[in-house]
Design a protein around this ligand. Structure first.
Ligand code: F6P
Length: 557
């Protein structure tokens, strides 16, 4: 195995970084009128302007071309072969001995994608057809609750990938939601989450989706049991559970043990990772919300991005470009945090969704062969919708000591045209990336203050506070309208970006062993808290906290 930092392109990028350190983004734009046209791309309805990044262009007179050097790193890292292996159903999740075939979930009916020699696409479409038929019945008011009334509320009980994806997508596509159906998501084992939803729904007209790939997740099963208890406290009886509880899982046995008829279960497969499961029957709540036709458009949008990722040359491949930029900042320019700033209120859960996608995938410290990684891997991903962020954390982006590469995401057309709102939204989005890049020099501040009649003493005191270093990089991603197809393509773009980063760092993106330790310890701590005895088997802090809780909650036997 060649370690990433031993690749010739890695060394070349190291040297290139040293040579370009003094070149600012503003200078690059001032010297190169063709920069915007050259550093952009479009595929599957997604347009990306990546010109506001620290990339030198050979075509604009630079000795070396940063993007070309980065692409060379992708070539040396076998990105294309690794991508092809993923699409072909190879074991790309070696620690769990599985393929990762979320691309099969959005492939057209006539595709042929094999796992152990068997084409999985017919099975995928059989489940998708069941999801669509069921959704239609609920939406049309044919699927009735135990007192004969149509369903009005859907409660998805799940966590992680079994929650964040469907929640994000139903919020993002809210303008297309069915008028009668209200969607609710319960994930937190904090009883307040479930209780607050149950206060708003009626057992006679509520459908619960218990969504769990493994059907062993403590939080989900606890919430599901309590929801069933609440349901049975109404006039409903055990036989009515079948009309009000469906399951989405890979684990038939655990589903029937829980008491849900497997006729009311929508399956999927172990080759679908939790954080990639939105495209499987885990998307049931999305199909219920936006309807089968739009749900299929959502899958088709993702498939269009899959084709682009699979077929476009590395140098014009959008997920590859975004990944290379992250590697450039993360590993060469010392920026370990990445901001996702959607200028679209409906995308308010998109940063949280991407947090799981990227941090659960690439939060790794060993290479695929188990040896220790010596370079930085996945950055910290975070975000909140603009323009709200501008009035909160953007201060740090503009004047803080950390440089945080940012993805601005904005639809060119609003789904709710209202006066000049959308022009203002676009203006804010474009102005922020310009301000981050251009900054404001001390001279400009001095001139402005002088014109405003401020004294020299005042100017000297304030000039540092009012100047902006600028030179802060960003991508701007636009779509025409954030409809189902555009959202599908946008999510797939980031999925593949994360995959390419992992390929370059030579880490395993499809497992998540890091979440296991906490789960194991929580079981032990839970049984000790419930035993009602003083605890002494942990470190002093954990013992102290547990004993305080046991005492203060009156649990001491
Ligand atoms: O604990 C992490 C995790 O396994 C995620 O990867 C997954 O999305 C989530 O928990 C939920 O798992 P499940 O769908 O099996 O309940």
């Amino acid at each position: 195995m060649t370690r990433p930092e031993d690749r010739p392109a890695w060394h070349a990028l190291d040297a290139h970084r040293d040579a370009m350190m003094d070149t600012t983004l503003s200078t690059l734009f001032d010297q190169d009128p063709g920069r915007f046209d050259a550093l952009q791309g479009e595929a599957a309805g997604i347009f990306i302007d990546f010109s506001k990044n620290h990339l030198l262009r050979a075509a604009a007179g630079a000795q070396e071309d940063t993007h070309a050097l980065l692409v060379q790193l992708a070539v040396e890292s076998d990105v294309a072969a690794k991508r092809d292996a993923m699409f072909a159903g190879a074991i790309v999740n070696p620690t769990e001995h599985r393929p990762a075939l979320h691309v099969a979930l959005r492939a057209p009916r006539n595709a042929d994608i094999r796992v152990d020699g068997e084409n999985v696409v017919p099975e995928v479409h059989a489940v998708l057809d069941r999801v669509c038929t069921f959704s239609e019945r609920v939406r049309e008011g044919e699927w009735l609750g135990f007192t004969g009334k149509p369903i009005t509320d859907v409660v998805n009980i799940g966590i992680g990938g079994s929650d964040l994806g469907p929640l994000m997508a139903t919020e993002a596509l809210a303008p297309f939601a069915h008028e009668r159906l209200s969607m609710h998501y319960v994930s937190n084992v904090d009883g307040s989450h479930l209780v607050s939803v149950l206060k708003r729904v009626n057992p006679e007209t509520t459908l619960f989706i218990v969504a769990s790939k493994t059907f062993t997740t403590q939080e989900t099963l606890t919430n599901a049991r309590s929801a069933r208890g609440w349901f049975l406290e109404s006039k409903a009886t055990d036989k009515d559970v079948a009309r009000h509880f469906v399951a989405v899982s890979t684990n038939d046995e655990a589903v029937s043990e829980f008491g849900i008829d497997t006729d009311n279960m929508f399956g999927f497969w172990d080759w679908v990772g939790g954080r990639y499961s939105l495209w499987s029957s885990i998307g049931l709540s999305v199909a219920l919300c936006i309807g089968p036709e739009r749900y299929r458009q959502f899958l088709a949008g993702a498939h269009a991005m899959d084709r682009h990722f699979a077929e476009a040359p590395l140098e014009s491949n959008l997920p590859v470009t975004l990944a290379l930029l992250t590697v450039w900042y993360n590993n060469f320019l010392g920026c370990n945090s990445h901001l996702i700033a959607p200028y679209d209120q409906y995308l308010h859960r998109f940063p949280a969704y991407l947090q799981q996608l990227t941090m659960e995938s690439n939060g790794k410290s060993v290479h695929v062969d188990g040896s220790r990684v010596d370079v930085e891997t996945g950055p910290i991903v975070w975000g909140e919708p603009g323009t709200n962020g501008q009035h909160a954390y953007f201060q740090l982006l503009h004047q803080g000591t950390h440089v945080i590469p940012t993805d601005f995401i904005v639809p060119l057309e609003s789904l709710n045209p209202l006066g000049e709102h959308h022009e203002l939204l676009l203006a804010n989005c474009f102005a922020q990336s310009e301000a981050l890049m251009r900054g404001k020099s001390g001279d400009a501040v001095r001139a402005e203050m002088r014109d405003a009649g401020r004294s020299d003493a005042e100017i000297d005191a304030l000039v540092g506070h009012r100047s902006f270093a600028g030179d802060r990089p960003s991508n701007t991603i636009t779509v025409q309208r954030m409809d189902a197809a555009a959202l599908g393509a946008l999510i797939a773009l980031y999925e593949h970006k994360v995959f390419v980063e992992a390929a370059i760092w030579d880490i395993a993106p499809f497992d998540q062993w890091g979440v296991e330790l906490g789960k194991q310890l929580a079981k032990t701590v839970h049984s000790e808290l419930s035993a009602g005895k003083t605890v002494s088997s942990h470190d002093a802090s954990t013992n102290g906290l547990m004993n305080r809780a046991i005492k203060r909650r009156g649990l001491l036997a």
